[in-house]
Design a protein around this ligand. Structure first.
Ligand code: PCA
Length: 197
């Protein structure tokens, strides 16, 4: 039986006109291995992003949710191991909301480990000769917010949740800043999804 995976990418933020996460997600095939994909672009807004993902996940009955975001400055593709219960960023979100030293979910646990097979995802991306490593911090901005909120919501259920940060595209990166081609990001995400059981 075909399993379902919801794959999300973010809209641009921080003055950028593109976000490599959505550029890559929208180019993924509709089926990878035993998974049928649903793709969704989400806003860089604390109060909207995770709810939109959860709404679509229940509509398409997703077995796995994989969110993808831009991590400008990173040189490789980095599946995230942990979501933390903290909003703390110097920049406001795309709705103008600035959050500093505020919990994602008041009273929630400090952190959750991702439930997607992050180590297998790293190995599968590396097997494509693309630089990848396990990240122990998704930051404390909207990406972490989405990861933590979804891990909280699906804790103890069969729905697996994962997050992958990807580098800038070459056209976004200033001199000396690492980047990765769109083609390679698409290959990396495809490999990561192939690693889902
Ligand atoms: N990256 C940001 C939010 C949206 C995105 O693509 C982050 O790392 O939090």
């Amino acid at each position: 039986m075909c399993k379902k995976i919801l794959v999300t990418g973010f809209e641009p933020f921080g003055g950028e006109t593109i976000n490599p996460s959505w550029e890559a997600v929208q180019r993924l095939p509709d089926e990878i291995g035993s998974y049928r994909l649903t793709k969704l672009q989400i806003p860089v807004e604390y109060e909207k992003a995770a709810d939109l993902v959860a709404e679509r996940a229940s509509f398409c009955k997703a077995d796995v949710i994989l969110c993808v975001g831009q991590a400008g400055g990173r040189s490789g593709v980095t599946p995230e191991a942990i979501g933390i219960n903290l909003r703390d960023a110097t920049a406001p979100d795309n709705a103008g909301l600035l959050q500093q030293n505020i919990p994602v979910i008041p009273g929630g646990p400090a952190a959750y480990f991702a439930t997607a097979p992050v180590r297998d995802m790293v190995k599968a991306i590396q097997a494509e000769n693309i630089s990848a490593s396990l990240s122990l911090s998704a930051g404390a901005y909207v990406c972490n917010d989405v990861l933590y909120t979804l891990l909280h919501r699906y804790h103890g259920t069969n729905t697996k949740v994962g997050f992958i940060h990807v580098p800038y595209l070459p056209k976004q990166a200033k001199e000396g800043v690492p980047s990765l081609s769109l083609e390679k990001i698409v290959i990396a995400l495809t490999a990561a999804i192939s690693a889902m059981k």
